[in-house]
Design a protein around this ligand. Structure first.
Ligand code: MF3
Ligand code: CO
Ligand code: CO
Length: 267
């Protein structure tokens, strides 16, 4: 599969889809509290997408080769769940950390973003993991400009995570995105500078590092989707959809409530 370069008209539609994904995360944030189930968060998001935004929830019935259709409209991954957690009867409790990953389709184009949320007060270690993972995403985004290479992105993320004693999940990566949910290229969250695909204006892809407090190894649960850390250590993830521009990059999944770039990744 080839990497698609988006036309100006397509980029405008990617901006709309990206903004709607960000606004969906803004919408759900106040509902993340102790006593709420992940299934309730799913139902609220589903209704907001379909009835308010006029978007299609991309995860619902999504079935890449080798997977059974995903049964819900968002992913909710709690504590040692790395990604693709299926919303259900699990009740959130104080101290939990939660990733909510949303992907909307609007006018044929996808916007994909995820954020971490605290339920009550997190432990010091959990807060540190969530903050460093947010920085990891942004040090990766900061590498994005024409002529840079995907290895530059991966290396920056890996150095930041490992420099704080955390580890990078290897089995899942960022991805090209557009008319399809998952397109080329694969955007690894580890690597060597000066290697990999050269970036060009018009490319759109996600950066979505999964960072573990313990070892990098993962395993899949019997539901066929949920990924957890093998050592049961905490895991965190943040995700933005990014466009390569003539002068650098534009983050397509920003909104009023998306946390701003940390100081580590500015300047
Ligand atoms: N949103 C995830 C990503 O960032 C993919 C979820 S696939 C699903 O790529 F089927 F689990 F929704
Ligand atoms: Co993604
Ligand atoms: Co996602």
């Amino acid at each position: 599969m080839a990497v698609t370069l988006k036309t100006p008209q397509e980029i405008e539609r990617m901006r709309v889809a990206g903004r709607l994904a960000a606004e969906l995360l803004d919408y759900i944030a106040p509902y993340v509290k102790a006593g709420t189930t992940t299934g309730q968060l799913n139902d609220l998001c589903h209704r907001h997408m379909v009835e308010v935004q006029g978007t299609i929830p991309a995860p619902l019935n999504y079935a890449p080769p080798g997977y059974k259709p995903y049964p819900k409209s968002i992913c909710t991954s709690v504590n040692h769940q790395v990604c693709h957690g299926i919303p259900g009867d699990r009740v959130l409790k104080p101290g939990d950390i939660l990733n909510i990953d949303v992907t909307v389709i609007k006018d044929g184009f996808h916007g994909d973003s995820s954020r971490m949320f605290y339920v009550g007060e997190p432990s010091i270690q959990a807060r540190r993991l969530v903050e460093v993972t947010h920085e990891c995403m942004w040090v990766g985004i900061r590498q994005v400009r024409p002529g840079a290479q995907l290895g530059d992105v991966g290396a920056a993320i890996q150095a930041h995570a490992e420099g704080h004693g955390f580890s990078v999940v290897r089995e899942f990566c960022g991805h090209g995105i557009g008319r399809k949910f998952h397109e080329d290229p694969q955007v690894l969250h580890y690597g060597r500078p000066g290697t990999g695909l050269k970036l060009e204006p018009g490319m759109t892809f996600t950066i979505e590092p999964m960072i573990n407090a313990g070892k990098p190894a993962i395993r899949e649960l019997a539901d066929g989707w949920t990924i957890v850390t093998k050592d049961h250590s905490l895991s965190a993830q943040w995700e933005h959809t990014v466009l390569v521009t003539e002068s650098g990059h534009e983050v397509l999944t920003l909104s009023g409530d998306a946390p701003p770039p940390p100081s580590i990744a500015s300047g």
